[in-house]
Write a protein of this length. Structure first.
Length: 114
């Protein structure tokens, strides 16, 4: 069984930056794609970005240019650098190992004050 532990969330002013981290541990044999989703109050969970173990990335169109996903395969860790944050970025951010049976982290709160 694989566990995901997210960190790096918090409160930031609009225009600021945050870097989220997600470390995978446990019965890790091979992890292909990992990603970040977010869920704002009253809204559905949505894809933020994903990255394969080869480094191919995919972003929500609305976030391109402000958010950057990266990963360290040796550390089984994925990162999300978020710049120029806006109030509408406020949400719980979830790390996920993508696949037929996704594994989700517990989520980390990001709050952007305007």
């Amino acid at each position: 069984q694989v566990q995901l532990v997210e960190s790096g969330g918090g409160l930031v002013q609009a225009g600021g930056s945050l870097r989220l981290s997600c470390a995978a541990s446990g019965s890790i044999f091979s992890i292909n794609a990992m990603g970040w989703y977010r869920q704002a109050p009253g809204k559905q969970r949505e894809l933020v970005a994903s990255i394969t173990n080869g480094g191919s990335t995919n972003y929500a169109d609305s976030l391109k240019g402000r958010f950057t996903i990266s990963r360290d395969n040796a550390k089984n860790t994925v990162y999300l650098q978020m710049n120029s944050l806006k109030a509408e970025d406020t949400a719980v951010y979830y790390c996920v190992i993508l696949g037929r049976f996704p594994t989700w982290g517990q989520g980390t709160q990001v709050t952007v004050s305007s």
